[in-house]
Write a protein that binds this ligand. Structure first.
Ligand code: CA
Length: 419
């Protein structure tokens, strides 16, 4: 997914991510793609030669492929990753009102529960592998509808809705589609905010460096986080019509030439974002290009419209000829690509559970290739400390009780417990 080309996380990540090996002429040095079908969000682009990689979940079933991360002896400052399920390339997590099951999206196209049931199967329709496939899942706050974000055989992004009663998903309906100029940087996160609206992550369209300038272009949905009401009255404007409502207070709802769905822009590949269930703050992990991985922060109460900088800036630094534009919002966390095998940031929730006292109020995030998971005080996010490791961390999840989960593309779904 948002990550390293078949990357053996620790060995290959650096070469890969050191950034867009293909568009920058950097080569995967000695890289033996292992495992996943995923390709670095960072690195890949259309035109990257397809690599034959095998899925560890498929090839090593029944072996130790899913061995849980080693628990730490220290009680404070460390957590335990307790494996609760083993799925096929789990990438996204959701819970549903009035329902105790945990729902996990598998990249290959199935929405499953951690006890093994398959709720929706798109495996015959998704473009699977690299950064494509089934990428996101969210339930409507009422629990009556479910939403999946996925890419079809042409690479086009779909946000699709089903009516769902806890047993059967019916009344399938495409809510939103977006053509993708390149195979990579599809975003994929779906989440309902505290305001009840659906937030959708879309990457910059792909390749490297955002050649179409989508991140800064308000006339496209690419490189944005969108905010819509999928159950509201559709809008019509000129030649545009929709299958959803535009919230009237969206920041560009009335701006000529701008897409009214846009909530925030200047994003490269906001693969995962999450709302703080207590404060309402929004935390966005935006995968970097050549040098910096970043986490962006939007305080609750924001009216939207933040420009997080891409492709004028990468992290806190100018990118290309850009960097001098005004009103860009710098990240609250930035860390270098390549160092220690870093490749793709995975955000992340502020821990609001009750099982781990010392973790409360800390924002959790990690890196797909390097495998570390850090926690940082929400008020001082740059001060993150490693609390454990998950190989090929693809996503975090949050339960009804505020307890957190971590997904590995290798298959395991972990619950985060006291060490
Ligand atoms: Ca940025």
């Amino acid at each position: 997914m948002p990550w390293g080309e078949g990357a053996r996380p620790h060995a290959v990540g650096a070469a890969l991510e050191a950034g867009g090996w293909q568009d920058e002429g950097v080569r995967l040095v000695g890289a033996v793609p292992v495992g996943l079908l995923a390709v670095a969000l960072v690195a890949c682009s259309a035109g990257v030669p397809e690599r034959e990689v095998r899925s560890p979940a498929a090839s090593e079933a029944g072996t130790s492929a899913g061995t849980p991360a080693e628990p730490s002896a220290a009680a404070e400052g460390r957590v335990r990753f307790t494996r609760i399920a083993e799925l096929d390339r789990p990438v996204a997590f959701a819970v549903r009102k009035g329902d105790d099951r945990l729902y996990v999206a598998e990249q290959g196209g199935k929405l499953r529960t951690t006890d093994g049931a398959t709720i929706v199967d798109l495996s015959g329709e998704v473009s699977d592998g690299n950064e494509q496939g089934l990428l996101g899942v969210a339930f409507h706050p009422t629990g009556r509808w479910l939403y999946l974000d996925w890419t079809d055989a042409d690479g086009t992004t779909h946000v699709t809705e089903w009516a769902y009663d806890g047993n059967e998903a019916t009344a399938r309906r495409d809510v939103l589609t977006q053509k993708q100029p390149y195979a990579n940087h599809n975003g994929g996160q779906l989440a309902f905010g505290p305001d009840g609206h659906l937030y959708i992550a879309l990457g910059d369209g792909g390749s490297g460096g955002d050649p179409e300038g989508n991140g800064q272009d308000l006339s496209t949905l690419l490189g944005k986080i969108l905010r819509i009401d999928p159950r509201g009255t559709p809008y019509r404007r000129k030649l545009l019509s929709s299958a959803y409502k535009i919230p009237e207070d969206n920041p560009f709802a009335d701006r000529a030439g701008a897409r009214p769905e846009i909530w925030a822009y200047g994003l490269r590949n906001p693969w995962r974002f999450g709302f703080d269930r207590e404060s309402g703050d929004l935390w966005i992990g935006d995968v970097g290009q050549n040098a910096w991985e970043e986490v962006d922060h939007q305080p609750a109460g924001s009216k939207g419209g933040e420009n997080y900088g891409w492709n004028l800036r990468e992290g806190e630094h100018p990118f290309g000829a850009g960097g001098k534009a005004r009103d860009l919002v710098d990240p609250v966390i930035a860390y270098p690509l390549g160092e220690g095998g870093n490749c793709s940031v995975i955000a992340g929730y502020v821990y609001r559970g009750t099982k781990i006292d010392w973790l409360r109020g800390r924002f959790l995030y990690g890196d797909f290739c390097a495998g570390w998971v850090k926690a940082a005080p929400a008020a001082e996010p740059a001060r993150g400390d490693e609390i454990g490791r998950v190989d090929q961390l693809s996503s975090f999840g949050q339960g009804h009780d505020g307890e957190l989960y971590a997904l590995s593309l290798q298959g395991p779904v972990y619950r985060i417990d006291p060490a």
